[in-house]
Design a protein around this ligand. Sequence first.
Ligand code: C2O
Ligand code: CU
Length: 518
Amino acid sequence: MSSGDEHGLRRFTRREVLLTGASGVGMIAVGGYGISRVLGDSHDGADYVLRPAPATVELGARTAQTWSYNGGLPAPELRAKQGERFRVRVENGLPEETSIHWHGVRLANPMDGVPGTTQQPILSGRKFLYDFVPPDAGTFFFHPHVGTQLDRGLYGALIVEPRNETLSYDREATLVLDDWLDGLDGRSPDKQLAELEKKGMQMGAMSGMDMSGMARMGKAHKSSGDMVHLDLDRMKPAAGTLPKLANLLESGAADAGDVKYPLHLINGHPPGDPFGIEVSSGERLRLRLVNAASDTIYCFYVQDHPLTVVASDGQEVDPRLTDAVVLGMGERADVMLDAAKPGAYRVIASALGKNARAEAVLRYSQTPRSSVPAATAMMQKTRIVSYSDLRDQSGAEPLRKPREIRVDLDMDMRAPYRWTMGGQAFPKADPIRAERGERLRFVVRNLTMMPHPMHVHGHFFRLASGDGTGARKDTILVAPKQSVKLDLVADNPGRWMFHCHNLYHQMAGMMRVLEIGA
Ligand code: C2O
Ligand code: CU
């Protein structure tokens, strides 16, 4: 990772060229990217057109055949306004059906993008207009809710701009993190799933370890002295917290995932050809982080720059200073970075427990192109913010007298690869029923050795622990052998998926429907 020239900034390349397409589409620059925005002469009034289709993407020195939106990777960043109508036309150029799920958005159920549950699938060659009003501002995420399509190139960020911006910053950049296998070495997500279903999870295959990795793992089980992640008080972290989870995964004492990926990407760029973020000294930079991976939890940090977390899953929290942020699949975080040390720095998303990373470069203007970030970037004694450190800013009241619903997360040992929620594996699973307005408390117990990023559609929940004023979230990591209590008001009628955002777990049954009466 010493390739000097390759650290040059290439922010606009593929996107500018490829994001046009449908007639009536023009280009405007938003946040530094060229984006196809419909100019208003289309009869359906769409703000954007997304065209999922087969594409060839460059991943550094490699080329991969995949499926992507509008030929780019990630998809063009979409911008909506809080409380205003937002329309996206999808033109399906894939050889199979698709949909788009607007992850984290509390929209009306028919627009939630889950074929078989909220809409008919968008067939190959057909169109569909998503039309909704996003009630909340923040950093969101979109992807298909069909098969393993998410683990191809079909994902992007949706930014909902607030009616009034309360945060102050000089610049922003969205960084979408992803684990990549599609089209490399003859692999595809469908083949990967078929393999898991046939052979089941195997030690070694589980976290992509070879025999020496296994030996290291055996050792790590005995010692606990190599812990490097601390809580915000610089203390050894408590069980169930994110710094503790990071240590467990890094030491091999818990399983990081089921799939080994040849590449990890930030905004479609592998470490050998990193995405560049430019700042000027004295500026405050807002980074919008999205974990779009299918099987990878990332620990995100920037060399020599602490981060201030200002939002989790798009929703504002009291600012907390940290060294690093852990993000499960489907989670987002907004962090502020104060640019005060001119130079070039590595921006790292370490794939926890997988001995791999995604990288970008933070470069101050006036820094010569030739200056390359120092190679040593593994931070010792990293402070990691945990869920319990985050206080919600909306002033929402803690939930009183909720109805408890137990949801155990487990593996079904009678099948090689089947994951269950409450003892059932989707689609052979009953809906969880609630009345409109009902206050629910999901008691989620993880009985497995793997973390599960649990996601609920169409709602926010918050941790019931502490004083009940924690961050409002839609996705949360439940650590191995730990349980969490998630409080939620069932105020959005319809049929909403509740699932693990590990795509392979979701495909193998770890999903239920939450059915809320009208
Ligand atoms: Cu990104 Cu069902 O979710
Ligand atoms: Cu899972």
